[in-house]
Design a protein around this ligand. Structure first.
Ligand code: F6R
Length: 597
């Protein structure tokens, strides 16, 4: 994980590096740092702090450097502390490196370098790299030393290195992203292109194994031992609304954007039909779907597992990216749908690559148009959630969940009448969602009740079950309360042993075909004295009798109730986290984009 950046040109590098690092904090915020190239060496500033705090401290020691690198960390190798913060340097402190990813053979390298007299100060894998370059530089020039050192690394990484007195950045990547922003007489690098959009929309995307040297007037790129001409790609410069607009937290602001996201998903259904027609043509009809995704994106994908077999007759299997092992060649008509808001999740990308190797056509559903996932896939659908700042995903999850419905509605095989009726009900959802967003009293009351518990169980049945999983994940993630989501029918197969007055059960109830079985489960839970919180699309006497507390959603067509449940579980986690005074947008130990396996 981690975010890396670098600048070389004629402007003051420090300001630009801090600005980029703030944008990259979604990749981790355990610590941060910059290294600036000065005439006689390097100036390194780093700490276990957020970027904004390091910048405040830094102002006092301003330099006029026009080249440098920066890093914001999500700790993988070595504790999150100031010593392990990047950039890391060699013995002479004249070579500094920032790194995203993992160097698998760092222990061997460290042992060999230690034997040669190198002294290590940190627990990180990264630190071996500047020492390796230093070692090679005893016999050769900096560029050759960088290439030789890079060739020794095993693992997945993107690396940027600076050397004192040289206005240059040495870069390289394997399996981790790195992009070069192109300007006139200046270059800027980052782990993603969105970070750089303020400066440029012209990019050079590095391929796996590429290395390069960047100075203010040129980029020299090496691929498979040869020098290659860098290919510059211009991308659309998207509007980047990252203001809070009066909301206390990005998470709440993003939850409130969801009605707009549903509307734009519905508006895109015709466009989606064109894409499905193309896929049907290429595959000779979609006969089987395998979804690949992680975390909340996986929970969104589960919605399709319920909808597609039932409404389209297409067998659908949902796979976790991190556990994906398709050992057989794709049967004819197989489509893999890889879902990832960032398009950079390492596990999902690996699964998508594997699916391609087994002959699946891959459709990427992502919020980032020039992400790795979108570039490796055969087809891409860009969700219209806009940039999401809060680490806990909300509006991007909604955009994916809504897409699952849209995929079914856009499918030519869905009967026209059924389609018409369903689209017209779908169109009512944004307005109902707005109503739900305005009625927070019951949610706040339940949040105040839940805030002192140590464990919570979420349950539901059928298509709302994935929302129970998502509700539990959001509660863990931002309220730091241990929560588990279960299919209601599964509770009696073990988890019942846990039920007591100390573990509340949040039940997501819809008045659909699963209602009666779910109510039976609620009765069983009540008998075991666990406090029941019911979130339902309709109050009724049965539920009133069972529930300790009830939250009633606006009345909605049963098909779409899960989307309202989704908003409600987000709000419940949000208000519980507020009650517990937690840092809502940047929860501990997490990063927004998970670029390690
Ligand atoms: C939870 C959350 C994560 C992500 C997961 C996949 O709030 O954000 O569980 O859903 O890391 O990320 P993407 O969708 O970028 O592949």
């Amino acid at each position: 994980m981690c975010g890396i950046t670098g600048y070389v040109g004629y402007r003051q590098a420090d300001k630009i590096l801090f600005e980029c690092l703030k944008k990259l904090e979604y990749r981790g915020y355990d610590s941060c740092g910059i290294a600036l190239v000065t005439k006689n060496g390097l100036s390194i500033f780093k700490d276990q702090s957020r970027v904004g705090d390091l910048e405040k401290k830094y102002v006092k020691t301003k330099t006029k450097a026009t080249a440098g690198i920066g890093h914001t960390r999500w700790a993988t190798c070595g504790e999150p502390n100031a010593t392990n913060a990047h950039p890391h340097s060699d013995c002479s402190k004249n070579i500094a490196t920032v790194h995203n990813g993992t160097i698998d053979n760092y222990l061997e390298l460290k042992k060999a370098l230690t034997k040669k007299g190198h002294k290590f100060k940190t627990e990180t894998d990264t630190e071996v790299f500047p020492h390796l370059v230093e070692e090679y530089m005893k016999d050769t020039d900096a560029e050759t030393a960088f290439k030789k050192a890079f060739a020794e690394l095993k693992g997945s990484f993107a690396i940027a290195t600076v050397i004192g007195g040289e206005d240059k950045i040495y870069i390289g990547r394997i399996n981790c992203p790195l992009v070069i922003g192109v300007m006139d007489g200046e270059y800027i690098i980052a782990s993603d292109s969105t970070t750089l959009l303020k400066y440029t929309n012209r990019f050079i995307y590095l391929q796996d194994g590429d290395m390069g040297v960047i100075s203010k007037d040129k980029v020299t790129l090496f691929r498979n031992g040869k020098t290659v001409k860098p290919k510059i790609v211009s991308v659309e410069n998207k509007y980047d609304d990252t203001e809070l607009h009066g909301y206390p937290h990005y998470m709440l602001k993003e939850i409130h954007e969801q009605p707009r996201i549903i509307s734009s998903t519905i508006d895109d259904i015709e466009q989606l039909t064109l894409l499905i027609n193309q896929i049907n043509k290429d595959l000779g009809g979609i006969k089987m779907i395998r979804t690949l995704s992680c975390g909340s994106s996986y929970y969104s994908s589960l919605i399709l597992r319920y909808l597609a077999p039932q409404l389209l007759g297409i067998p659908t299997f949902a796979e976790l990216g991190s556990e994906y092992c398709s050992l057989t060649v794709a049967p004819k008509g197989s489509l893999a749908i890889a879902i990832s808001q960032s398009g950079e999740t390492a596990d999902t990308i690996k699964a998508a690559k594997e699916a391609k190797a087994y002959g699946y056509k891959v459709l990427a559903i992502t919020n980032v148009s020039d992400s790795q996932l979108s570039r490796l896939s055969d087809y891409t659908w860009i969700t219209k959630a806009g940039p999401e700042i809060s680490v806990a995903a909300t509006k991007t999850v909604m955009s994916q969940a809504a897409w699952m419905y849209a995929f079914v509605l856009a499918n030519p095989s869905l009967r026209t009448l059924q389609k018409k009726a369903s689209i017209s009900s779908f169109r009512k959802v944004p307005e109902l969602m707005k109503q739900l967003l305005e009625q927070n009293d019951e949610t706040i009351e339940v949040a105040k009740y839940l805030k002192d518990f140590e464990d919570i169980i979420y349950i539901s049945r059928g298509i709302t079950y994935p929302i129970a999983l998502e509700g539990a994940l959001k509660m863990k993630e931002i309220a730091y309360i241990h929560s588990e989501g279960y299919a209601a029918g599964e509770l009696k197969h073990g988890p019942f042993a846990l039920l007591s007055e100390d573990i509340p059960v949040v039940a997501l109830v819809s008045h659909d075909k699963d209602y009666s079985s779910l109510v039976t489960n609620l009765r069983e839970i009540k008998t075991r004295k666990a406090p029941l919180i019911v979130i339902t699309d309709e109050k009724d006497i049965m539920l009133e009798n069972l529930a300790e507390k009830t939250i009633v959603l606006p009345k909605c067509d049963a098909t779409y109730v899960p989307l309202l449940h989704l908003v409600e579980v987000q709000l419940l986690a949000y208000y519980t986290a507020v009650e517990r005074n937690n840092p809502i947008d940047f929860p501990r130990n997490l990063a927004k984009t998970v670029t390690v396996e």
